[in-house]
Write a protein that binds this ligand. Structure first.
Ligand code: AMP
Length: 286
Protein backbone atom coordinates (compact mmCIF):
# COMPACT_ATOMS: atom_id res chain seq x y z
CA UNK A 1 0.00 0.00 0.00
CA UNK A 2 1.30 3.45 -0.81
CA UNK A 3 -1.56 5.69 0.38
CA UNK A 4 -1.05 7.84 3.51
CA UNK A 5 -1.78 6.01 6.77
CA UNK A 6 -5.37 6.09 7.98
CA UNK A 7 -6.30 6.19 11.65
CA UNK A 8 -9.62 4.40 12.16
CA UNK A 9 -11.59 3.99 15.39
CA UNK A 10 -14.75 2.05 14.70
CA UNK A 11 -15.01 -1.64 13.84
CA UNK A 12 -17.42 -0.87 11.00
CA UNK A 13 -15.04 1.61 9.32
CA UNK A 14 -12.09 -0.75 9.73
CA UNK A 15 -13.91 -3.73 8.22
CA UNK A 16 -15.13 -1.60 5.32
CA UNK A 17 -11.66 -0.22 4.57
CA UNK A 18 -10.02 -3.64 4.83
CA UNK A 19 -12.51 -5.25 2.47
CA UNK A 20 -11.91 -2.42 -0.05
CA UNK A 21 -8.13 -2.72 -0.05
CA UNK A 22 -7.55 -6.40 0.72
CA UNK A 23 -8.27 -8.00 -2.69
CA UNK A 24 -6.38 -11.18 -1.88
CA UNK A 25 -3.37 -9.39 -0.42
CA UNK A 26 -1.78 -10.48 2.85
CA UNK A 27 -2.48 -8.54 6.04
CA UNK A 28 -0.01 -8.31 8.94
CA UNK A 29 -1.24 -7.19 12.36
CA UNK A 30 0.67 -5.68 15.29
CA UNK A 31 -1.46 -5.23 18.42
CA UNK A 32 -0.01 -2.80 20.98
CA UNK A 33 -0.97 -0.73 24.00
CA UNK A 34 0.81 2.33 22.57
CA UNK A 35 3.63 4.45 24.00
CA UNK A 36 5.52 3.00 21.06
CA UNK A 37 9.27 2.41 21.15
CA UNK A 38 11.91 0.58 19.10
CA UNK A 39 10.57 -2.79 20.31
CA UNK A 40 7.19 -2.11 18.71
CA UNK A 41 8.88 -0.64 15.65
CA UNK A 42 10.92 -3.79 15.11
CA UNK A 43 7.66 -5.78 14.93
CA UNK A 44 6.33 -3.25 12.43
CA UNK A 45 9.51 -3.48 10.33
CA UNK A 46 9.36 -7.26 10.27
CA UNK A 47 5.69 -7.19 9.29
CA UNK A 48 6.37 -4.58 6.60
CA UNK A 49 8.85 -6.97 4.98
CA UNK A 50 6.48 -9.95 5.06
CA UNK A 51 3.06 -8.50 4.31
CA UNK A 52 1.25 -6.37 1.72
CA UNK A 53 -0.99 -4.50 4.15
CA UNK A 54 -0.08 -3.51 7.72
CA UNK A 55 -2.57 -2.90 10.48
CA UNK A 56 -1.36 -1.82 13.94
CA UNK A 57 -3.68 -1.24 16.88
CA UNK A 58 -3.36 0.84 20.02
CA UNK A 59 -5.65 -0.10 22.86
CA UNK A 60 -4.86 -0.06 26.57
CA UNK A 61 -6.86 -3.16 27.44
CA UNK A 62 -8.56 -2.83 30.83
CA UNK A 63 -9.18 -6.61 31.03
CA UNK A 64 -5.50 -7.44 31.42
CA UNK A 65 -4.85 -5.08 34.35
CA UNK A 66 -5.53 -6.16 37.91
CA UNK A 67 -7.48 -3.83 40.26
CA UNK A 68 -4.25 -2.57 41.88
CA UNK A 69 -2.29 -2.27 38.62
CA UNK A 70 -1.35 0.72 36.52
CA UNK A 71 -4.25 0.95 34.01
CA UNK A 72 -5.10 4.56 34.80
CA UNK A 73 -1.49 5.76 34.66
CA UNK A 74 -0.32 3.59 31.74
CA UNK A 75 1.43 6.03 29.31
CA UNK A 76 -0.82 7.29 26.50
CA UNK A 77 1.04 9.10 23.72
CA UNK A 78 -1.26 8.86 20.69
CA UNK A 79 0.10 11.76 18.64
CA UNK A 80 3.71 10.58 18.68
CA UNK A 81 2.57 6.96 18.21
CA UNK A 82 0.66 8.01 15.10
CA UNK A 83 3.72 9.75 13.72
CA UNK A 84 5.92 6.71 14.33
CA UNK A 85 3.43 4.37 12.65
CA UNK A 86 3.20 6.70 9.67
CA UNK A 87 7.00 6.87 9.35
CA UNK A 88 7.19 3.08 9.45
CA UNK A 89 4.61 2.69 6.71
CA UNK A 90 1.73 1.25 8.68
CA UNK A 91 -1.33 1.35 6.40
CA UNK A 92 -4.05 1.43 9.03
CA UNK A 93 -3.74 2.43 12.68
CA UNK A 94 -6.74 1.09 14.57
CA UNK A 95 -7.56 2.91 17.80
CA UNK A 96 -10.65 1.11 19.08
CA UNK A 97 -12.70 2.60 21.88
CA UNK A 98 -13.43 0.85 25.15
CA UNK A 99 -17.12 1.61 24.65
CA UNK A 100 -17.25 -0.33 21.41
CA UNK A 101 -15.02 -3.24 22.44
CA UNK A 102 -16.49 -3.69 25.90
CA UNK A 103 -20.09 -2.48 26.04
CA UNK A 104 -21.78 -3.08 29.38
CA UNK A 105 -23.47 -6.17 27.89
CA UNK A 106 -20.09 -7.87 27.25
CA UNK A 107 -19.84 -11.38 28.77
CA UNK A 108 -17.36 -13.63 26.92
CA UNK A 109 -13.81 -14.52 27.88
CA UNK A 110 -11.14 -16.96 26.78
CA UNK A 111 -8.99 -18.95 29.18
CA UNK A 112 -5.89 -20.83 28.07
CA UNK A 113 -5.03 -23.20 30.88
CA UNK A 114 -2.75 -24.35 32.42
CA UNK A 115 -0.35 -22.12 30.43
CA UNK A 116 -1.92 -18.96 31.83
CA UNK A 117 -1.69 -20.01 35.45
CA UNK A 118 2.07 -20.21 35.73
CA UNK A 119 4.65 -17.46 36.38
CA UNK A 120 3.25 -14.13 35.21
CA UNK A 121 -0.28 -15.55 35.56
CA UNK A 122 0.30 -16.65 39.15
CA UNK A 123 1.25 -13.11 40.18
CA UNK A 124 -1.37 -11.45 37.98
CA UNK A 125 -4.56 -13.55 38.19
CA UNK A 126 -6.81 -12.92 35.20
CA UNK A 127 -4.05 -11.19 33.23
CA UNK A 128 -3.78 -13.77 30.44
CA UNK A 129 -7.56 -14.23 30.32
CA UNK A 130 -7.65 -10.52 29.48
CA UNK A 131 -4.85 -10.89 26.93
CA UNK A 132 -6.36 -13.94 25.18
CA UNK A 133 -9.80 -12.33 25.07
CA UNK A 134 -8.63 -9.02 23.59
CA UNK A 135 -6.34 -10.69 21.04
CA UNK A 136 -9.17 -13.00 19.92
CA UNK A 137 -11.50 -10.01 19.58
CA UNK A 138 -8.98 -7.95 17.60
CA UNK A 139 -8.22 -10.90 15.30
CA UNK A 140 -11.93 -11.47 14.69
CA UNK A 141 -12.12 -7.96 13.24
CA UNK A 142 -8.83 -7.78 11.31
CA UNK A 143 -8.52 -11.45 10.20
CA UNK A 144 -4.79 -11.03 9.52
CA UNK A 145 -2.73 -13.73 7.83
CA UNK A 146 0.19 -12.79 10.10
CA UNK A 147 0.40 -11.65 13.72
CA UNK A 148 3.58 -10.21 15.28
CA UNK A 149 4.43 -10.50 18.97
CA UNK A 150 7.61 -9.74 20.91
CA UNK A 151 9.80 -12.25 22.72
CA UNK A 152 10.01 -9.95 25.75
CA UNK A 153 6.51 -11.10 26.70
CA UNK A 154 7.23 -14.76 25.96
CA UNK A 155 4.47 -16.27 28.10
CA UNK A 156 1.99 -13.98 26.35
CA UNK A 157 3.29 -15.28 23.01
CA UNK A 158 2.77 -18.89 24.13
CA UNK A 159 -0.73 -18.20 25.44
CA UNK A 160 -1.71 -16.55 22.15
CA UNK A 161 -0.01 -19.23 20.04
CA UNK A 162 -1.89 -21.92 21.95
CA UNK A 163 -5.20 -20.09 21.58
CA UNK A 164 -4.70 -19.69 17.81
CA UNK A 165 -4.11 -23.41 17.51
CA UNK A 166 -6.91 -24.49 19.87
CA UNK A 167 -9.50 -22.24 18.22
CA UNK A 168 -8.38 -22.92 14.62
CA UNK A 169 -7.54 -19.32 13.75
CA UNK A 170 -6.15 -18.89 10.20
CA UNK A 171 -3.40 -16.61 11.49
CA UNK A 172 0.30 -17.40 11.74
CA UNK A 173 2.02 -15.88 14.77
CA UNK A 174 5.63 -14.65 14.52
CA UNK A 175 7.95 -14.14 17.49
CA UNK A 176 10.17 -11.09 17.17
CA UNK A 177 13.40 -10.78 19.14
CA UNK A 178 13.64 -8.51 22.18
CA UNK A 179 15.00 -5.04 21.47
CA UNK A 180 17.20 -3.62 24.23
CA UNK A 181 18.82 -0.43 25.37
CA UNK A 182 22.61 -0.31 24.99
CA UNK A 183 22.99 -1.41 28.62
CA UNK A 184 20.82 -4.50 28.02
CA UNK A 185 17.52 -3.33 29.55
CA UNK A 186 14.63 -4.66 27.44
CA UNK A 187 12.62 -1.76 26.03
CA UNK A 188 9.20 -1.41 27.64
CA UNK A 189 6.62 1.36 27.82
CA UNK A 190 6.80 0.98 31.60
CA UNK A 191 10.53 1.91 31.65
CA UNK A 192 9.34 5.51 31.35
CA UNK A 193 8.17 5.26 34.94
CA UNK A 194 11.51 4.19 36.45
CA UNK A 195 13.15 6.90 38.56
CA UNK A 196 16.75 7.77 37.58
CA UNK A 197 18.10 5.54 40.40
CA UNK A 198 15.81 2.68 39.43
CA UNK A 199 16.77 3.09 35.77
CA UNK A 200 20.43 2.71 36.76
CA UNK A 201 19.62 -0.51 38.65
CA UNK A 202 17.41 -2.05 35.93
CA UNK A 203 20.10 -3.50 33.59
CA UNK A 204 20.95 -6.02 36.35
CA UNK A 205 18.03 -8.13 35.09
CA UNK A 206 19.57 -8.87 31.70
CA UNK A 207 23.05 -9.09 33.23
CA UNK A 208 21.77 -11.97 35.39
CA UNK A 209 20.33 -13.74 32.35
CA UNK A 210 23.53 -13.22 30.38
CA UNK A 211 25.67 -14.66 33.16
CA UNK A 212 23.50 -17.76 33.17
CA UNK A 213 24.00 -17.90 29.40
CA UNK A 214 27.78 -17.75 29.84
CA UNK A 215 27.65 -20.63 32.30
CA UNK A 216 25.68 -22.71 29.82
CA UNK A 217 28.16 -21.85 27.05
CA UNK A 218 30.90 -23.31 29.26
CA UNK A 219 28.99 -26.60 29.51
CA UNK A 220 26.76 -26.24 32.61
CA UNK A 221 23.58 -28.32 32.33
CA UNK A 222 22.31 -28.29 35.92
CA UNK A 223 19.20 -26.09 35.81
CA UNK A 224 19.31 -25.39 39.54
CA UNK A 225 22.85 -24.04 39.31
CA UNK A 226 22.05 -21.99 36.21
CA UNK A 227 19.06 -20.40 37.96
CA UNK A 228 21.12 -19.85 41.14
CA UNK A 229 23.77 -17.95 39.16
CA UNK A 230 21.23 -15.60 37.59
CA UNK A 231 19.49 -15.19 40.95
CA UNK A 232 22.63 -14.20 42.85
CA UNK A 233 23.62 -11.71 40.16
CA UNK A 234 20.21 -10.03 40.17
CA UNK A 235 20.02 -10.07 43.96
CA UNK A 236 23.35 -8.22 44.14
CA UNK A 237 21.30 -5.13 43.24
CA UNK A 238 19.50 -3.99 46.41
CA UNK A 239 16.61 -2.38 44.49
CA UNK A 240 15.81 -5.60 42.59
CA UNK A 241 13.19 -7.99 43.95
CA UNK A 242 12.82 -11.22 41.99
CA UNK A 243 9.26 -12.41 41.54
CA UNK A 244 10.15 -15.58 39.59
CA UNK A 245 13.23 -16.85 37.78
CA UNK A 246 12.80 -20.22 36.10
CA UNK A 247 14.34 -22.33 33.40
CA UNK A 248 11.46 -23.81 31.41
CA UNK A 249 10.43 -25.85 28.46
CA UNK A 250 9.58 -23.22 25.80
CA UNK A 251 6.32 -24.96 24.89
CA UNK A 252 4.80 -26.03 28.22
CA UNK A 253 6.63 -23.45 30.37
CA UNK A 254 7.18 -26.19 32.94
CA UNK A 255 10.52 -26.13 34.79
CA UNK A 256 13.16 -28.44 33.33
CA UNK A 257 16.06 -30.34 34.90
CA UNK A 258 18.65 -30.85 33.47
CA UNK A 259 19.14 -28.60 30.44
CA UNK A 260 18.98 -31.09 27.56
CA UNK A 261 17.44 -29.05 24.75
CA UNK A 262 16.79 -25.40 24.00
CA UNK A 263 14.93 -23.96 26.99
CA UNK A 264 13.91 -20.50 28.12
CA UNK A 265 15.03 -18.67 31.24
CA UNK A 266 12.08 -16.48 32.27
CA UNK A 267 12.34 -13.71 34.82
CA UNK A 268 10.16 -11.05 36.43
CA UNK A 269 11.82 -8.52 38.71
CA UNK A 270 10.31 -5.62 40.60
CA UNK A 271 12.37 -2.46 40.78
CA UNK A 272 10.46 -0.05 42.97
CA UNK A 273 6.88 -0.28 41.72
CA UNK A 274 7.82 -1.35 38.22
CA UNK A 275 7.75 -5.00 37.12
CA UNK A 276 10.35 -5.82 34.50
CA UNK A 277 10.01 -8.95 32.38
CA UNK A 278 12.81 -10.54 30.42
CA UNK A 279 14.00 -13.90 29.14
CA UNK A 280 16.64 -15.63 27.05
CA UNK A 281 16.75 -18.93 25.22
CA UNK A 282 19.50 -21.26 26.43
CA UNK A 283 20.79 -24.22 24.43
CA UNK A 284 23.10 -26.83 25.97
CA UNK A 285 26.60 -26.68 24.55
CA UNK A 286 27.98 -29.87 23.02
P1 AMP B 1 2.66 -3.73 24.50
O1 AMP B 1 2.39 -2.41 23.84
O2 AMP B 1 3.55 -3.65 25.70
O3 AMP B 1 1.39 -4.52 24.74
O4 AMP B 1 3.50 -4.57 23.43
C1 AMP B 1 3.02 -4.80 22.14
C2 AMP B 1 3.90 -5.81 21.47
O5 AMP B 1 5.25 -5.33 21.41
C3 AMP B 1 3.96 -7.15 22.24
O6 AMP B 1 3.93 -8.21 21.30
C4 AMP B 1 5.27 -7.06 22.96
O7 AMP B 1 5.84 -8.32 23.25
C5 AMP B 1 6.11 -6.31 21.95
N1 AMP B 1 7.27 -5.69 22.62
C6 AMP B 1 7.26 -4.90 23.72
N2 AMP B 1 8.52 -4.57 24.09
C7 AMP B 1 9.34 -5.17 23.19
C8 AMP B 1 10.77 -5.23 23.02
N3 AMP B 1 11.59 -4.59 23.86
N4 AMP B 1 11.27 -5.94 21.99
C9 AMP B 1 10.43 -6.59 21.13
N5 AMP B 1 9.09 -6.59 21.23
C10 AMP B 1 8.55 -5.89 22.25
Amino acid sequence: MQEPMMTISTIGDLKKKLSEIRQGRSVGFIPTMGALHEGHLSLIRQARQDCDILVASIFVNPLQFGPKEDFSIYPRTLLSDQKMCEQHKVDILWTPTQRELFPTSFQTSIEVQPLSQRWEGATRPGHFKGVATIVAKLLQVVHPEHLYLGQKDYQQFRVVEQMLSDLHFDTTVHLSETIREKDGLALSSRNLRLSPTERKAAPIVFRGLRQAGQMVAKGEKNARDIVAKATSTIQSEPLAQIDYLVLCDPKTLEPIEPLEKTSILLVAVKIGDIRLLDNIFLSPSE
